[in-house]
Write a protein that binds this ligand. Sequence first.
Ligand code: MTE
Ligand code: MO
Length: 247
Amino acid sequence: MSLITRRALVAGSGLVLAGCDAVITDPRARAMAKSAETATRRWQRLVGRDALAREFSAADISPVFKANGTIAPAEPAYQAHAAAGFADWRVMVRGLVARPLSLSVADLVAMPAREQITRHDCVEGWSAIGGWAGPPLGLLLNAAGVRDAARYVVLLCADNYHGGARYYESIDLIDAWHPQTILALRLNGQPLDVSHGAPVRLRVERQLGYKHAKYVEEIVLAASLDGFGRGAGGYWEDRGYEWYAGI
Ligand SMILES: Nc1nc2c(c(=O)[nH]1)N[C@H]1C(S)=C(S)[C@@H](COP(=O)(O)O)O[C@H]1N2
Ligand SMILES: [Mo]
């Protein structure tokens, strides 16, 4: 189901999705959002969860790609990494894997990269087209060796949202191995800047903006979402948003 259709449904229920900062508290609105989520999943299952999100041409790239959510992490550890050009940044791959990994940015840069020009849709009601590049997440998972019991890939970020809880996200293994799911290192030909998630952020193109975790430090293979945040699978999911934010 398209974002527009989902919006119309949600608008029809009287719920105003004001933005990432809005919290769905009305139980009827929550139920409505839930049924829209189920419909989207059914639809994507019908057309195939492995179908590609639309890709655009260089001429379509937005002149300005809005930055949103955390745009300048306040954590001293993150700021020290930024000051050092992320030379000591590590992305850990751990949990239900045969071989835990600790990868530097240089390690990620050395991996085969995918380039894709896609449209980012934020629930706040804005979109932007950008060109992303970085290694497919599936390559890292294959290198680590995912154990049979794993069901989710949980991405832990370096920022505490507005000084509160740590930002995190999670996806299932279908999305994790989707060809357009990448750990982006570059936006529009340049290394990511801090506002867009430097040095590395997730792109998971079949889903809405809040799933695209920035400042990724740890990738945890898990059998369940229990024990991460409040257990709903992401910072915003813990506050009422859909876990599967299919577009
Ligand atoms: N770590 C982290 N990742 C995040 C966020 C955030 O606040 N912290 N905000 C999310 C939201 S709501 C959106 S729309 C996109 C914005 O990405 P951009 O800043 O590159 O536009 O990042 C997502 N990933
Ligand atoms: Mo967003």
